[in-house]
Design a protein around this ligand. Structure first.
Ligand code: SF4
Length: 322
């Protein structure tokens, strides 16, 4: 088997790959387009995979007898089982995978905020939930980044998604290496990024990678992956980010003047108060790492956890918590 040299991302086919929506159209996503040169996309349309054509009668989620059905009002047919069976078969066929970008609010692909009708009649009320395929993805791949194209217009959601995607991809290379020293290197390069996400997990990961009990590589990696997923479960908080940057600042405590340190601390405060973006304190710290030739720090992934060309600070300002 030859492994992909870029992260592999499963994407809903209607996000710019094929006119496969119920109405024969597709939707556009700037983010999905921008990411194209940096990943290998595997596009999939679950509704076409279960045999539905284009155009087709719309599907909707209906809450019936304590379970959610994928229902087609125009035919009265329930496609839940077909969709679940397809999902299982598809997941089993995946050999390498690093993340998912799914179509928002779709009864099949949606991961959040999908309308669930409380009955099959038109006048029924609605609640919100996940599409059948989207829910199956989140359940089967809890450690991978899974997002929809709508939420990815939010800067913080996008940053977290990209950080997790490229970190998980580089961890996959460690798994293939079958080498405990590669795992130790991964832990070392990611130290301050992990600290910025979750200090307790960063310490736990350090212990696992050190492998003092001389466990077999596959056992170590299995345990490490569990904790890595916990570390990246949520976007980092500004408090943990500042904590990590304070640790980096510690490398220069003997070199910096009182005024330089005060300026740095003031920049952390401004970042905390949302007066400057994270890139500002990080850039100042990196300039010190360059000036004082701190090669260990310069190798850290916290400066660029994903390709710099993908940094886009535009923000729709919505949906982070939805
Ligand atoms: S949302 Fe999913 S199922 Fe619907 S058209 Fe797009 S890819 Fe196909």
């Amino acid at each position: 088997m030859s492994y992909s040299s870029k992260p592999v991302v499963v994407v809903s086919k209607c996000i710019g790959f094929e006119c496969c929506r119920y109405n024969g159209q597709y939707i556009h996503s700037d983010f999905v387009n921008t990411l194209k040169p940096y990943v290998n996309y595997m596009s999939i349309c679950p509704e076409m995979e279960i045999g539905l054509g284009v155009p087709r009668g719309t599907l909707r989620l209906v809450s019936a007898k304590d379970q959610i059905e994928l229902f087609q009002p125009s035919t009265g047919k329930d496609y839940t089982e077909e969709m679940l069976n397809f999902s299982e078969d598809f997941f089993s066929s995946l050999q390498e995978i690093d993340g998912f970008i799914l179509k928002s609010r779709s009864p099949s692909c949606g991961i959040k905020d999908v309308k669930i009708y409380l009955g099959k009649e038109k006048v029924s009320g609605t609640i919100k939930g996940s599409g059948i395929f989207g829910k199956a993805v989140s359940g089967r791949f809890p450690h991978l980044p899974v997002e929809d194209e709508g939420r990815l217009t939010n800067f913080r959601v996008r940053e977290h998604f990209l950080t997790k995607l490229f970190t998980m991809f580089s961890f996959r290379q460690v798994k293939y290496s079958n080498s405990i020293s590669q795992l130790a290197k991964f832990q070392s390069y990611n130290k301050y990024l992990l600290m910025a996400y979750h200090q307790r997990e960063q310490k736990a990961l350090g212990k696992i990678a050190a492998n003092h009990e001389n466990m077999p590589f596959n056992k170590v990696v299995e345990e490490y992956e569990k904790h890595l997923a916990m570390a990246f479960a949520m976007p980092p908080r500004y408090t943990t980010l500042i904590n990590s940057m304070m640790h980096i600042l510690g490398y220069f405590s003997d070199e910096l003047t009182h005024e330089e340190k005060a300026f740095m601390l003031d920049t952390f405060e401004k970042y905390k108060d949302k007066k400057v973006p994270l890139s500002v304190p990080l850039h100042i710290l990196k300039s010190y790492a360059i000036k004082y030739k701190q090669t260990y720090l310069l190798d850290q992934t916290i400066w660029n956890p994903y390709p710099a060309e993908l940094v886009d600070i535009s923000d729709s300002g919505k949906m982070e918590n939805s």
